[in-house]
Design a protein around this ligand. Structure first.
Ligand code: ZZB
Length: 258
């Protein structure tokens, strides 16, 4: 599985993360949360970034003054894909729990919302991608269901309501909608992130319709089909130093979609 790994620069740590990282990183180090995505063409619509609150993450050195927040499992894979200074070697500067990261302010490349927050999502899998997921509620039913839930129960989740209420902007037009995920969530009567079965169906429908029939409404490739624009957006992000390819050894992966 080839993902695009996106670099979301940390602008301001949540207090708990700041405490845990104190003295462990060089002054002025650039740290990035690095989600793995299959949909680089949707990055215009990022509204937050999810971590699993109970998952363990590491802060791994990628280059001089540059660090990635990802799972150890992902770091081990990246070390063999030229992402770090030395082939096969990982250098962990600190440990941090997903829950410590909640509320961290980050930069989201290409997004209409350049500054977004790290928010919790219980269904993030430690065994897939980097354990960090960028959220695009306009085109991912899981993400739309989760941000809706977070806004509804902000206190319960220990977040500020407004962090989950960033405007969901249409970015891809398909024959049925320009907000495909909210449309499918409504149509399949999904009322919470716990509606696993319907969410899986919605995700499959969204992937298919988005990929084969979607047309970008925004950005440099506005008017182009998703199929065509996807590699172009990816290339643009890579050239800007904001993303890189990340591959997953298939046999080790537990995929929700099988
Ligand atoms: C942004 C995005 C925008 C995504 C979209 C999807 C969609 P899969 O196997 O089919 O779910 N993801 C990545 N890592 C994890 C993880 N560890 N746990 C849970 N979810 C994860 O494909 C991977 C997609 O699942 C990734 O692409 C990521 O969300 C999420 F508009 O990134 B995506 C219809 C889907 N639309």
């Amino acid at each position: 599985q080839e993902y695009t790994a996106l670099k979301l620069k940390v602008l301001e740590w949540a207090p708990k993360a700041a405490e845990k990282l104190k003295g462990k990183l060089p002054e002025g180090a650039n740290v990035f949360l690095v989600p793995a995505t299959l949909r680089p063409e949707t990055m215009y619509g990022q509204t937050c970034c999810f971590v699993g609150p109970s998952l363990s993450y590491g802060v791994f050195k990628a280059a001089e003054n540059e660090y990635y927040v990802i799972t150890e499992r992902a770091a081990k894979n990246m070390a063999f894909q030229g992402a770090f200074a030395q082939e096969g070697v990982i250098e962990k500067a600190a440990d941090v729990l997903g829950s410590d990261l909640i509320g961290t302010l980050i930069n989201a490349p290409l997004s209409f919302h350049p500054q977004v927050r790290v928010l919790p999502m219980d269904t993030v899998l430690a065994t897939k991608g980097t354990g960090v997921v960028t959220s695009v509620p306009s085109d991912s039913p899981d993400d739309f269901a989760m941000v809706t839930e977070l806004a509804k129960k902000a206190d319960f989740y220990g977040i500020k309501k407004e962090w989950a209420e960033l405007e969901v902007i249409p970015i891809i037009q398909t024959p049925t909608s320009d907000l495909l995920a909210p449309y499918l969530v409504k149509k399949l009567k999904i009322s919470s992130p716990k509606d696993t079965k319907q969410l899986l169906e919605a995700k499959e429908l969204a992937y298919k319709e988005g990929f084969y029939q979607g047309v970008l409404k925004v950005g440099d490739f506005k008017g182009e089909k998703v199929e065509v624009a996807k590699p172009k957006v990816r290339e643009q992000l890579v050239k800007a130093g904001e993303a890189f390819a990340y591959c997953e050894p298939e046999n080790k992966v537990v995929s929700r979609s099988g």
